[in-house]
Write a protein that binds this ligand. Structure first.
Ligand SMILES: C[S@@+](CC[C@H](N)C(=O)[O-])C[C@H]1O[C@@H](n2cnc3c(N)ncnc32)[C@H](O)[C@@H]1O
Length: 416
């Protein structure tokens, strides 16, 4: 090596000596220094240009309204800590005029159950035809969809999650959470739409749950607050973010509960999870790294639109697909995976889901069905503004009167 290096240096020296008489050093005066001469465009500006170009096509005339909302102050929800003094916290929040949006959906729930009943009646006698003339398959699909919706509604009804928001058009802010006498914080402030993937995950009693990309931990905390988890593995590639996650859990969950529920924090590359611990979990949450649209428009720090991160940004859909396939490998047959992003991009949302479902079947023989979550649109329309145009999954669109999201989530059921 040393010899090769000194040889190179020798040859270089020789060449420069040979060239020296013929070269004019003035040439170097005009050498462009890209880093210094290129105008420094802020990453947030680059993000806006990119979104304008892509989302104006994807959303058409809706884009200006989504755009102004993304650029305006975001709304938060207060995820109430069940392990603190919940009643007092709720009283304090109701004084502020904030309400729990999960039971708020109960009146919408009753309404949608009525719709289901009416739909059933319609299916029995469609267009005046007798039942024998309608393909059997049609009834079966309809029955399965209805059962899924009914199940989802009843688990929402029994949910222990409490997340308070201010009503539509009210842009009040929550005060920072205070510690109770045991040092546990009263609530966790988060984009309330982030709770929807956790509600869709539908964690049931005694479940083993994997949160594949879990830091800084808002959704992990929500999973624990369902009080259903028997075992939770919270994974994240970044060790420093895992430390942050650990601090979040310590600030909200009593130590004995953390050991009782067997919370295990790991820091693996999630793409390898299927190989590490396949067909193990009842539920897997795959909340992937994405263009974090709101953050990219408002913050310069850690912005994925930085010029040096272009490649990383372009590779996101591939990374997301690999993570989702790993999640599908990690879940047991019969289990559920929820995929989520905080991006509006179809490339990172619907396309990733479709691609991962295909790959899971062709490369791993795993058959997956995408479950219908349209009842979420009906149930939570009072709180969130949903897109009506997703091919798969649901997307919360930011709106000035309900400035949550973006949040895309899609529920996948592993059949075998
Ligand atoms: C959108 S954030 C997750 C947010 C988190 N679920 C929450 O609710 O607070 C995506 C996370 O994925 C992590 N990540 C990126 N690449 C990963 C990989 N290959 N395996 C596991 N985690 C990864 C990042 O470190 C980041 O913390």
């Amino acid at each position: 090596m040393k010899m090769a290096a000194s040889m190179c240096m020798g040859v270089g020296l020789l060449l420069s000596k040979m060239r020296a008489p013929f070269l004019s050093f003035r040439r170097y005066k005009f050498k462009k220094k890209w880093a210094a001469t290129l105008p420094k465009i802020p990453c947030s500006r680059l993000a806006l240009q990119y979104f304008d170009m892509n989302y104006s096509v994807q959303f058409g005339e809706l884009w200006p309204s989504i755009r102004i909302s993304l650029l305006s102050e975001q709304k938060y929800g207060a995820l109430v800590n069940n392990f603190s003094q919940k009643e007092t916290i709720m009283q304090n929040l109701s004084v502020l005029n904030a309400k729990d949006f999960v039971p708020e959906s109960q009146s919408a729930l009753a309404e949608s159950q009525q719709h289901i009943a009416m739909d059933t009646a319609e299916v029995k006698e469609p267009d005046g035809f007798s039942r024998d003339l309608v393909p059997q398959e049609h009834y079966m699909q309809h029955d399965v969809a209805q059962k899924q919706t009914a199940h989802l509604l009843s688990s929402l009804y029994n949910s222990k999650l409490t997340c308070c928001t201010f009503s539509r058009g009210d842009i009040s802010r929550f005060p920072s959470a205070r510690p109770d006498c045991f040092g546990h914080l009263e609530y966790y402030l988060m984009d309330a739409a982030s709770l929807l993937p956790v509600l869709a995950l539908d964690v049931q009693f005694d479940h083993h749950v994997l949160d594949l990309c879990s830091a800084p931990g808002g959704k992990t905390l929500a999973v624990l607050l369902t009080e259903n988890c028997r075992h939770l593995t919270a994974n994240d590639l970044s060790i420093s973010r895992c430390k942050r996650l650990s601090r979040v859990l310590q600030s909200y969950i009593p130590r004995d509960l953390r050991t009782e529920t067997q919370v295990c924090i790991t820091s693996w590359d999630g793409r390898k999870w299927g190989e590490l611990e396949g067909t193990t979990f009842d539920r897997v949450l795959v909340d992937v790294p994405c263009t974090t649209d709101r953050h990219s428009l408002l913050e310069e720090e850690n912005n994925i639109f930085h010029r040096l991160r272009t490649k990383e940004r372009q590779m996101l859909p591939l990374l997301q697909t690999e993570l989702l396939v790993a999640g599908l490998l990690a879940v047991k047959p019969g289990g559920v995976v929820v995929y989520s992003t905080c991006s509006l991009s179809q490339l990172q949302n619907e396309y990733v889901v479709e691609q991962a479902v295909e790959l899971a079947a062709s490369e791993h023989g795993i058959h997956v069905e995408i479950l219908d979550l349209s009842c979420f649109r009906e149930l939570f329309k009072g709180t969130f503004n949903f897109s009506q145009d997703c091919r798969v999954g649901e997307l919360v669109l930011p709106h000035l009167t309900a400035n949550f999201g973006p949040m895309f989530f899609c529920k996948l059921h592993r059949r075998m």
